[in-house]
Design a protein around this ligand. Structure first.
Ligand code: SF4
Length: 250
């Protein structure tokens, strides 16, 4: 029998990560950046991001849709670098969804312990593996609706898998970087991933949904870091209303 997904299992660390990220990214009231949806400005932002980060891809190492699903589940509240250190050994020990489904849960926990929240993550991964086998013939499904039925998979993970592996754009990946930069760039005034995603889907052309996230995540790591962003060296400086903020207070 597949492990029945519980609400608690699905949201316990996702909600914690989301709340923390939203709190971090939320502009302080006194210095909130104004929303500016001028189409020409948005086009310029898209153009400069693409030029600055050409061909950027998902930073999580993977060889197939299942590995990307697992890696993305592991990336909640954890750096991609750490996940990439853990997944080679994990996939050597458990090379298929079947091997995850049949493994003692403690064995999975042992492999992923250093990514944090390892008990919940192990349950999610095993639950997702079992559901893949019983409901989807062992293959990762290719629709948002189906992906969301997998334990541990919320919209962000589903968007990562659909976009980065299948090339299907049905949403925008909103992680902590996309959340922070979308606010700083005045593309949204919302602070929850769900609402920011809806805003981005409204203002961006669909053929840029997948790559825009990759570019913004990369830009958030390289220039527009959480504390003291490097505005003077930023390619978006002349288009960004947040550039004059006193970042020392963040
Ligand atoms: S100008 Fe500064 S705040 Fe604006 S996107 Fe660039 S680094 Fe971020």
């Amino acid at each position: 029998m597949p492990a029945k997904k519980t609400v608690a299992q699905k949201v316990v660390y996702a909600s914690s990560a989301t709340a923390k990220a939203a709190k971090k990214a939320a502009p302080r009231k006194a210095s909130a950046t104004k929303v500016d949806l001028d189409p020409q400005r948005i086009q310029k932002i898209l153009k400069r991001l693409r030029a600055a980060h050409p061909d950027v891809v998902c930073a999580l190492h993977h060889n197939n849709a299942w590995e990307l699903t697992v890696a993305t589940i592991l990336s909640a509240q954890c750096t991609d670098v750490r996940v990439n250190m853990v997944t080679p050994g994990l996939f050597r020990r458990f090379p298929t969804p079947k091997s995850f489904a049949e493994a003692p849960i403690e064995a999975i926990e042992e492999e992923i312990r250093s990514t944090g929240f390892y008990r919940n993550k192990a349950r999610s991964i095993q639950g997702a593996a079992r559901r893949l086998i019983t409901e989807f013939g062992g293959k990762v499904p290719q629709t948002m609706e189906e992906l969301l039925t997998l334990p541990g998979v919320a919209r962000k993970t589903a968007n990562v898998v659909l976009g980065s592996w299948f090339g299907i754009a049905v949403g925008v990946v909103v992680d902590t970087h996309v959340l922070r930069l979308s606010n700083r760039l005045g593309l949204t005034k919302n602070t929850t991933p769900e609402k920011v995603e809806q805003d981005l889907m409204r203002i961006l052309p669909q053929n840029r949904w997948i790559q825009f996230s990759h570019e913004l995540i990369h830009h958030g790591r390289q220039a527009c870091v959480a504390r003291k962003p490097r505005c003077a060296d930023c390619t978006l400086e002349t288009l960004c209303h947040a550039k004059d903020k006193t970042w020392n207070s963040h």
